[in-house]
Design a binder for this molecule. Structure first.
Ligand SMILES: [Zn+2]
Ligand SMILES: [Zn+2]
Length: 156
């Protein structure tokens, strides 16, 4: 063996040792990365589910069930099931729909008849439905706790 082939063997050996170290290291950090990513994914999906279900329902059982689904069945199986059991609408979408008609009505303080909020007097007993705000002098329904124009409290 001459000197150059000797050098060649040494270089080959060292480079293949470096290669194997690099590869096992690379594989290790890849597995590590995937593992960390899966944990991250699980934590994020649990937090997301908790926030999502709380914004959709006040039902504590449904909230707990949804979080348990995603926690124990993993996001892979838990999330599709969660999409089936979760309420379709957010609470913020439901409340205006349900109360839109109620918001345009006011209760007569005398006979409790519901009147459209534009009306000055009750359609059943003739009681005045509006008061004048002490602060901004605008009229608003008697039953409101605060002036809807300036926010001054209704002290009548
Ligand atoms: Zn009335
Ligand atoms: Zn006012």
């Amino acid at each position: 063996m001459d000197i150059w082939s000797g050098v060649g063997v040494v270089l080959n050996n060292s480079s293949s040792t470096l290669d194997s170290i690099f590869q096992s290291n690379g594989l290790w950090s890849f597995v590590n990365f995937v593992f960390m990513f899966l944990i991250f994914l699980r934590i994020v999906s649990i937090i997301w589910t908790a926030k999502d279900i709380i914004s959709r329902t006040n039902n504590t059982w449904l909230q707990v069930l949804s979080i348990l689904l995603v926690t124990f069945l993993t996001p892979l199986f838990g999330l599709p099931l969660y999409f089936i059991v979760r309420p379709v609408y957010f609470k913020r979408d439901l409340i205006p729909r349900r109360e839109a008609s109620a918001l345009s009505l006011v209760n007569c303080t005398n006979c409790h008849t519901l009147n459209p909020k534009e009306y000055e007097c009750c359609i059943t007993c003739g009681e005045k439905l509006k008061i004048v705000c002490k602060q901004c002098n605008k009229e608003y329904p008697h039953m409101y706790a605060y002036c809807p124009i300036c926010g001054a409290p209704n002290i009548e």
